[in-house]
Every structure is written in structure tokens, then in C-alpha cells.
Ligand binder design. Structure first.
Ligand SMILES: [Zn+2]
Ligand SMILES: [Zn+2]
Length: 281
């Protein structure tokens, strides 16, 4: 609670007490985009859904980048998120706005007793000791990141580039639990309240196409059509061209066919453990 409150104070009050520069604010935007990519491509599409493949080194880098957000370890995040899909908008989904109210779904659940990682629920990644170690030492990356920013940019960089960047990423990530389960359009009749919201999709680097995602979770793209802007997917495509990631899972034809026919297939069920044989390294 104390570090959580501290970073909010630094982000929201700090800029009024220190002289900020253009570099601090540009840094904030860069940090926001980089860390949102870590959340969206790392925590979410890779560790939670295995929507594409990569090698062991880039896998570790993704976990490290995502953990600079201070949203705990990648294995904790992914097992927690798989639980969200398994119990979406049911009482066991601790960030369902329909069951627990907006503020609990957005931020209150962070203070619930949810800090343990059930490694049996994330056994496909728990077999990598470096990921387990990073998961246990989850606080080190954000502290190291903040320290580097402080020594290179000073107090104004610490408040604007680091703290404001991290706080914005946190609330935009929390908005996937709260806002896009409340506001937007529903293309697919899923068993939850998920929505598609184009404004939030731009801010969330594609994650705002959340009803698409709840309908079909395993694809590397969350914007299913060319007009559904999905920045994370575009960056993943570029990384696949240079061989850093590969086997981006597509949206299967039956999803498009059933949508075109005005039908909504039953949502895909996510298994507890997804077999992994193809991660190199
Ligand atoms: Zn998901
Ligand atoms: Zn959801």
C-alpha cells in the first residue's frame, strides 16, 4: 500500500514541486508505450495466452520489461489472468465490475489477499528457473528502473518519466478489467460483459478490443479486422519479420465465418496448462 501510494503522490503531486523539462514528458510517453507493450505483448498475449512463440532470451526480456510496471511477476500476472478468463464476470473473478463494483474491479482487488503465485496453474512457464526467480524478485526491476531514471534525469525525471509513466500504465491496464467490461460494443455473445471500445483500444495498444479477445483468446491479434487498430500486433509482426518472435497464432477462419453469418460460437475454453514443446533455447 505504501509504495503504491508513494508512486501516485510522486506522479500526481511531484510535477507541481519540481521544474520539469520537455525531455521528462517525452520520456513519460516513451515509457508508457514501452511498458504498455510489455503488458500487452508480454504479460498478456505471451505469458497468459501463448499467442506466439519466441526464444528463451526474448521471453526473459519480455518478463523483465513487463515487470518494470511494478504489476508483480510475469508468472503471477499470467496465472491470475487465466483465472479471469476461466471465471469471467462470475463471483470468482475478483475484478468483475458487475459483481464487485467499478472501483474494486479497477483497483481495490490489488489489496485483496492475491499475492501468491500458484505455479501449478502456470506450469508451462514455471519450468524455466529464471522466470520463477524473476517472479519471486518481482520488485527488483521497477526499483532498478526508477533508480536508473533518477540518476540520469534527476527528481523531475523520477516524478514524470518514471512515476507518472508507471501510474498511467497501471490505470490503463486496470481499465481492461473495469472499463472494457462496462463501456463499448459487444460483437460476440460471450458469457461475460466484455466490450470492444475503439478509443480505449488506441490507448491500450489494442487491448480495448476486449470482446473479440474474450470470444477468441489465443490469437496474437486482438483487433480482428484491419480497421481495428492493434499496435501490439503490428509491433509483433515487425518482430516476426526479423525472427525475434514467430508462429503468431491467427484468428481462425470459423470465427470470421460465423461472425459474417451473424452467428456467435461458444467461447473457447482455456486449459489450465498449455503444452509447450516449441520454445527454443
Ligand atoms: Zn486475456
Ligand atoms: Zn476481461
Amino acid at each position: 500500500m505504501i509504495p503504491f501510494a508513494g508512486v501516485h503522490v510522486a506522479a500526481l503531486v511531484g510535477p507541481f514541486f519540481v521544474e520539469t523539462t520537455a525531455a521528462d514528458w517525452i520520456g513519460c510517453v516513451v515509457v508508457f508505450v514501452a511498458l504498455m507493450f510489455g503488458v500487452s505483448a508480454g504479460y498478456h498475449r505471451y505469458f497468459s495466452h501463448r499467442a506466439y512463440k519466441t526464444g528463451r532470451i526474448f521471453q526473459f526480456f519480455l518478463a523483465l520489461l513487463a515487470q518494470c510496471t511494478a504489476q508483480r511477476g510475469a508468472l503471477w500476472w499470467a496465472h491470475h489472468h487465466r483465472n479471469h478468463h476461466r471465471h469471467s464476470d462470475q463471483p470468482d473473478d475478483i475484478h468483475s465490475p458487475g459483481h464487485w463494483g467499478f472501483w474494486h474491479s479497477h483497483i481495490g482487488w490489488v489489496f485483496d489477499d492475491t499475492h501468491r503465485t500458484d505455479y501449478t496453474k502456470i506450469a508451462d512457464f514455471a519450468r524455466f528457473p529464471e522466470l520463477v526467480l524473476l517472479n519471486k524478485l518481482w520488485i527488483i526491476p521497477p526499483i532498478a528502473f526508477g533508480t536508473i531514471v533518477y540518476y540520469t534525469m534527476g527528481w523531475s525525471g523520477l516524478c514524470v518519466t518514471f512515476a507518472l509513466g508507471v501510474v498511467l500504465v497501471a490505470h490503463v491496464t486496470f481499465g481492461v478489467n473495469s472499463l472494457v467490461h462496462l463501456y463499448g460494443k459487444r460483437r460476440f455473445k460471450t458469457t461475460d460483459d466484455s466490450r470492444n471500445n475503439w478509443v480505449l483500444a488506441i490507448i491500450m495498444l489494442g487491448e480495448g478490443w476486449h470482446n473479440n479477445h474474450h470470444h477468441y483468446q489465443s490469437s496474437a491479434r486482438v483487433g480482428f479486422y484491419w480497421w481495428e487498430i492493434d499496435m501490439t500486433y503490428y509491433i509483433l509482426c515487425v518482430l516476426s519479420w526479423v525472427g525475434i518472435v514467430w508462429d503468431l497464432r491467427p484468428v481462425p477462419p470459423h470465427v470470421y465465418e460465423r461472425h459474417a453469418a451473424g452467428l456467435s460460437a461458444a467461447p473457447e475454453v482455456l486449459p489450465d496448462v498449455i503444452a509447450v514443446k516449441s520454445t527454443r533455447g
